[in-house]
Design a protein around this ligand. Sequence first.
Ligand code: ZN
Length: 148
Amino acid sequence: MSDLRELYQEVILDHNRSPRNFGPLEGADLHADGHNPLCGDKLRVAVKVDAGIVSDIRFEGSGCAISKASASLMTEGIKGKTLDDVRTLFDRFHRLVTDRTAPPDDNLGKLRVFAGVRDYPARVKCAILAWHTLLAAVDDNQDPVSTE
Ligand code: ZN
């Protein structure tokens, strides 16, 4: 998989090795399950919401380095945000990983490390899986999420 090597930047490797906010979330208000059949990534995202703000978020499951690192960085970026912010960040992240003409987006912070997946359509689904799953959770959509 040498074509992926340039994607595996240090941040992604680090979050794959030691994912942040990984494991079950006791007393979660919302959760959703996501599956990317193309790669085999399976994630559950669980959220605690306090007065419209994500007070805690954790994920569990298994998947490739990109799906895990993306979920890990997402949880870091989402904690403390409002549910409206979650939707805005989803849109920004979606644009980052799918739109080659998108200008650099400073609002995304560390999430920008995923810009490289634009060039690998199969990997876009790995990177976006956690986000689709998060969106289903905050929309309280109980249907399992699939990237297919
Ligand atoms: Zn994957």
